[in-house]
Structure formats: structure tokens, C-alpha cells
Ligand binder design. Structure first.
Ligand code: ZN
Length: 650
């Protein structure tokens, strides 16, 4: 990739905006380019859905902010207006008013009086309720400015009502107890092949009765889903394989009917399709936005295979059974036969919904446990995105600040990129797919601790095998320094650097972060000789002393977390998470924040998508050209203009 490409375009609040390149796009054939173009359109048509899922006021707020951005005719140079722009960009970045990672509502740095002034001097035709600014203010001012209104998108604190106290829009007028009861008695179909009940609906109480408003054409979110389907239907015509064609047809059928059996059928076709070079995730997929993990947010990732880098993951999946057989977990919890672990490295062509602007770096789907067991899963590492992260981080100064020795820094610079990518490969390709539940254990047994423990299980699997001599034998790494760099980085991040993302005095909430602290803290406390806490010039460092010992500890914890999952041991899972993953050492936290602030870096990153332009001749697409926009705000305004289909209230 070209060195002159601009990766970072701007930084505001705690985020930086990056761009990613799509290498090799030009080399795809015309049909594949058309396919990417159609899928990329579909990927953006569901954007409003995610805003509405995150909070029922989000669309009204976003549209109000955009009306001001476009038409405010007062002073645009004032500090207040600059604060307004930062707030607006944060709403775009987070797909709503809550921080994309901490889930806390963020507050603007201007007051409601100024908000009124902005509204009064903007074009009312662009505002959600036209001339009726009073009504707009009545609805939005408490939500935007009052700290305790819609305070947290996903509440995970067990002392609260995980449903009623969460500000997401997956439920309305119902309590945690009611939701648990409702889904405990819901018809899951064949017990061997339980449906992902609740996945694609909002649960509300109407006249004292609980009913699901299903997200489908003709149901909730219909207007956006119709557009998604419009583009998917075009994609069917140029599909990259026969299975892909069938799976897209099933997906369309699912959007039309909302039928969860159809969704499972789609997922099976999708997971079996290994021939298509261009691939897509499009749908209601991940459940992190729901404390009880029933409801899935809408997302899309359009991508194609990076053939060269995929050789790495092919080695991993070819050896999947060996990894399963030799893992340190109890034999009862292992899969006798690991099925179809397909892993590939991909180049992302378009991110949408819950994968944009912030994006995962690896994906492993489908989520339905029984499909994974019977049909396997598809696992991907997103190379062009990690490459962009890596490029933008090289000169950040983080390593120099938080790594203990020159040796550790040099190792990280030389091997950290491969170490990180291999970790992601192992995590996605083997970790999530490994192990099995004992007969009769439900997939929801770990409730609100499920996500953290599941991430921990996948991370531990990766960490345990990083130091495995077989990794050298099968050519995955040149030497164990790659593993050492990954161990150093993992401990550093889990115990220190990820704390830069947490507000002082707050607990850790997000499940991937909880998982990392859980693991790092557990092995640190267990292994006196494995990791040492060292003070140097008043600064804290965690230094790995014995990599072999550390590996053993990862294995020990992996065995325990797998046992908890396989047996559905809620109490033990809860204890692990509450004891290790949630609370932060305040003094250390303060120190880390101070050291980080001096570097003037953003804790989070998100991406500007490329644009695709069809070249049309005689009504036919004869080519598709790619361009790389530079301005985040322009892209967000353009998306809201072109891909906004839902009413203010759904
Ligand atoms: Zn994961």
C-alpha cells in the first residue's frame, strides 16, 4: 500500500478518524465490482435502523443537528458553534447520543439556551417538526442535556433492571423479569436447533400484553429494509457463487417474512459458501447492545478475500482439530469433530450499520451455537483495517510510554503487527468455534456475563496457542518473539493502556474490555513469577518475566472459563467477572490517564468509507470506480441525505 496515503484525517473528543484503502479492488472483474457496488449500497440503507435501535430519540436528534449544520445562519466561528460541531460529530460517530464503547450518554459542551438559538436561526423546513420549535425543544432538551435521562444505552450493573434502566430501543415498558419470563416460555422450535428468539424484534407492552414488533418488510423498519432488499435483489443477479445466490435469496426472504427459521437457513447457506471471492455480512447480527443478548443490531460488512494473507488462516483451519484436541480444557467440553472452520483474511470494501464508523477487526459468524456445531463458522480477519490502525499508531508514542524496556519496544515494533493479527486469527477462527456445551445447558445460562466470558474464552484460546511450538512448525511465525510481543502487549493493554478509554472513577462495562482485564488481572494475581509490577521513575510497568509460566496460566484459566460455559455455571462466571473484570484500581487508573493525556492521542478510532461510482453506458454498468473521501462530516451528511428512509418515530 502506498505510503503517501493519508490515514488520519482528524481528531475530536476521544476519537480519531481514519481512512482505509481497498487494495486490489481495481483487479476484480466487472461482475464482482458490480456486486460490491450493489452490496455497498445495501450496507448503507440500514443506517437509520441502527440509530433507532440505539435510542428512540436518535433519529430526531441527528436530523435536528444536521438541519443546524446545513442551515444555521448565525456566527459559525464561535466557541459555542465549535462545541456544537463536536457534539454533532460524536452523535454521527456513535450512531446516537451514547458513547459507542462506554454506552454512557455524552453531554454537549454548550447549553440549552444556545441550542434554542441554533434552532431559531436554522431553516425550519429541515427540522423534524418544522416551525414547531417549542415541541422539538420539549422532546429533545431533556434527552440531550439532562444527565439522568436516557443515561446509559446498555446497563450491565446487576443491581439495576438490565432492561428498564437501559436506554436502547429494544424494549419499551417492560422489566427484566418480564423479558426473561417471556423468552423462557417462547417457542424455540426444535430443541436441538433452537431459534434465536427475539433476535429481530422490539418487545413492548400493549394493553398489558407483551408483543413483539418484528423488524421486517411490512413491519417495524420496513422503509429501510425495503431499500436494503432492493439492492440485495440486484446483487443476486451478479452473485459470486451459486451458494451465495441462494443465500442472498434466503436473506431477502428473511427480511420479507421476519421468520427466524429462514434466518437459520440463510446462515447455513452463508457459512457453507466458501467459493465466493466477494462476501457480505448483512443483517441483525450482534447482540452486544442488549444486556440480555436477545436483540441484534443491524450491520453490514462488504468484503473480498485477501488471497495472499489468507494462506496464514488456511494453515490454522487445516490444523483446527489438532488445536481442539490439544487444548487444556476437560475432554468432556471438547468437540469430537471440529466442523468447517473456515478462516480467511479479508479486505473490507464497505462498512455499514453497527460496523461503521467504528469497526471490528475480526468477525466470526454465525452466532447460533447449534449452527456452529453442525455446520461450522466463518471467521475473518480484516487486514486493510488493521493495517490502517497500525500505520496510524506507529508514531503515537504509546509504546515508548507504557512498555518497560527498549527490548520490549523493539519487539513490539518488529513483531507486534503479526502477533496481533495471529491473535485475531486464532480468536476468531478457533477460539469462538471451540468447545461444546454439556447436554441440557442453555446458550443463555450465563445471562449478562455471557459476552465477557465468551470473549475471554476466545482470547484465552488464542493466547494459549500463541506460544505453542507447533505455531513455528507449521510456519505461522518465524520465531517465538512474535508470541512474546503479543503477550507483552496483551498484559500492557489489559492492565493499563485500555484504561485510557474509561472515565476516572467508572467501572469497566464493555465486554471485550472486561474480558481483557479479567484475563490480565487473573494471571497477574496468580503468577508471582510470571509477571512483575515494576516502578521506574514513579511510573508503573507490568513486565512479563516468564513467558512459559504465563502460557500455563492462560491455559488454566481457559480450562475454567470453558468449564463455566459448558456447564452453564452462572455463579462461577459471575464471580470471575465481578472479581476481575469490572473494578479498576483508582490510583493506577489516574496514573495511566495522566501519562496518556500527555501524548494527546485519541482512545478510539473510526473510519471514513470509500465511495463507489458506477460508470454507465447505454444503461449498463461498464465499470465501477473507487474514490477515497477525506471529510468525515461530509460523508455523514451525504449518508443522511441518501440513505435515510425511516420516520422520526418508529
Ligand atoms: Zn470475539
Amino acid at each position: 500500500m502506498s505510503n503517501t496515503f493519508t490515514y488520519q484525517t482528524e481528531q475530536f473528543a476521544d476519537v480519531k478518524i481514519l481512512r482505509y484503502q481497498v487494495p486490489e479492488f481495481e483487479k476484480l472483474n466487472l461482475r464482482q465490482k458490480q456486486l460490491i457496488y450493489f452490496l455497498a449500497e445495501a450496507a448503507r440503507c440500514g443506517r437509520d435502523i441502527l440509530f433507532d435501535q440505539n435510542n428512540k430519540y436518535n433519529l430526531r436528534i441527528r436530523r435536528t443537528l444536521e438541519a443546524i449544520v446545513k442551515s444555521y445562519d448565525g456566527d459559525r466561528e464561535s466557541e459555542n458553534f465549535k462545541s456544537f460541531l463536536v457534539y454533532t460529530k460524536r452523535v454521527w460517530f456513535s450512531n446516537g447520543i451514547h458513547h459507542h464503547y462506554s454506552m454512557d450518554k455524552f453531554l454537549p459542551e454548550f447549553d440549552e439556551e444556545y441550542f434554542g438559538e441554533l434552532l431559531a436561526n436554522s431553516n425550519p423546513d429541515l427540522l423534524p417538526f418544522g416551525e414547531d420549535i417549542i415541541e422539538l425543544m420539549n422532546q429533545l432538551v431533556p434527552v440531550i442535556f439532562e444527565e439522568n435521562v436516557e443515561a446509559k444505552r446498555v446497563v450491565l450493573n446487576p443491581d439495576l433492571d438490565l432492561i428498564a434502566d437501559s436506554a436502547n430501543n429494544y424494549y419499551e415498558g417492560v422489566s427484566q423479569e418480564e423479558v426473561e419470563k417471556f423468552y423462557a416460555s417462547a417457542d424455540k422450535g426444535d430443541p436441538e436447533k433452537p431459534l434465536s428468539i427475539g433476535l429481530n424484534s422490539k418487545l413492548i407492552k400493549e394493553n398489558g400484553e407483551l408483543i413483539e414488533k418484528v423488524w421486517k418488510i411490512g413491519g417495524m423498519y420496513s422503509a429501510a429494509l425495503e431499500k436494503v432488499v432492493y439492492w440485495l435483489e440486484k446483487a443476486v443477479e451478479v452473485a459470486d457463487s451459486d451458494l451465495q445466490k441462494q443465500s442472498l435469496i434466503k436473506l431477502i426472504d428473511f427480511y420479507k417474512t421476519g421468520d427466524l427459521t429462514t434466518f437459520d437457513e440463510y446462515s447455513i447457506l452463508w457459512v457453507k459458501d466458501l467459493d465466493a471471492h466477494v462476501d457480505v455480512v448483512n443483517g441483525f447480527i450482534e447482540v452486544y447492545g442488549d444486556a440480555l443478548a436477545f436483540k441484534a443490531s443491524w450491520e453490514s460488512v462488504v468484503n473480498f478475500k485477501d488471497i495472499e494473507a489468507t494462506k496464514r488462516t488456511e494453515i490454522i483451519s487445516d490444523n483446527a482439530q489438532w488445536f481442539e484436541d490439544n487444548s487444556p480444557v476437560d475432554d468432556r467440553f471438547k468437540k469430537d469433530e471440529v466442523k468447517g472452520v473456515s478462516a480467511k483474511v479479508i479486505t473490507v470494501a464497505m462498512l455499514g450499520g453497527d460496523c461503521h464508523p467504528a469497526t471490528p477487526i475480526g468477525i466470526n459468524l454465525p452466532n447460533a451455537e447449534w449452527i456452529r456445531k453442525e455446520h461450522g463458522s466463518k471467521s475473518v480477519t480484516i487486514d486493510n483495517v488493521t493495517h490502517a490502525y497500525h500505520q496510524s499508531s506507529l508514531k503515537s508514542g504509546m509504546l515508548e510510554e507504557f512498555a518497560y524496556s527498549d527490548e520490549e519496544i523493539a519487539r513490539a515494533k518488529e513483531h507486534g503487527y503479526l502477533g496481533g493479527n495471529l491473535h485475531t486469527d486464532l480468536h476468531e477462527c478457533l477460539g469462538h468455534g471451540s468447545g461444546q456445551l454439556l447436554q441440557g445447558v442453555g446458550v443463555d445460562a450465563l445471562k449478562n456475563y455471557h459476552s465477557t466470558l465468551e470473549e475471554a474464552r476466545a482470547d484465552l484460546f488464542a493466547l494459549y496457542y500463541m506460544m505453542e511450538p507447533k505455531m513455528l512448525e507449521i510456519g505461522l511465525m518465524p520465531n517465538l518473539d512474535v508470541a512474546k510481543a503479543e503477550y507483552d502487549g496483551y498484559i500492557r493493554n489489559g492492565l493499563m493502556t485500555q484504561l485510557t478509554r474509561i472515565e476516572l472513577g467508572k467501572d469497566i462495562e464493555e465486554s471485550h474490555m472486561r474480558n481483557r482485564q479479567l484475563i490480565a488481572k487473573w494471571v497477574f494475581e496468580r503468577g508471582e513469577h510470571a509477571i512483575e509490577k515494576v516502578m521506574k521513575e514513579g511510573k508503573t510497568f507490568f513486565v512479563v518475566k516468564d513467558y512459559e509460566k504465563l502460557r500455563e496460566l492462560f491455559g488454566e484459566l481457559l480450562a475454567e472459563v470453558q468449564r463455566i460455559k459448558s456447564e452453564g455455571d452462572f455463579e462461577a462466571g459471575k464471580a470471575l467477572v465481578e472479581d476481575y473484570a469490572v473494578k479498576v484500581d483508582l490510583n493506577l487508573h489516574k496514573e495511566v490517564k495522566e501519562r496518556f493525556e500527555k501524548l494527546n492521542l485519541a482512545a478510539y478510532a473510526g473510519f471514513i468509507n470509500p465511495d463507489y461510482h458506477p460508470v454507465i453506458e447505454n444503461d449498463e454498468i461498464i465499470d465501477v470506480e473507487i474514490s477515497y473521501p477525506m471529510d468525515f462530516s461530509e460523508q455523514m451528511l451525504e449518508y443522511s441525505e441518501k440513505y435515510s428512509f425511516l420516520p422520526h418515530v418508529n
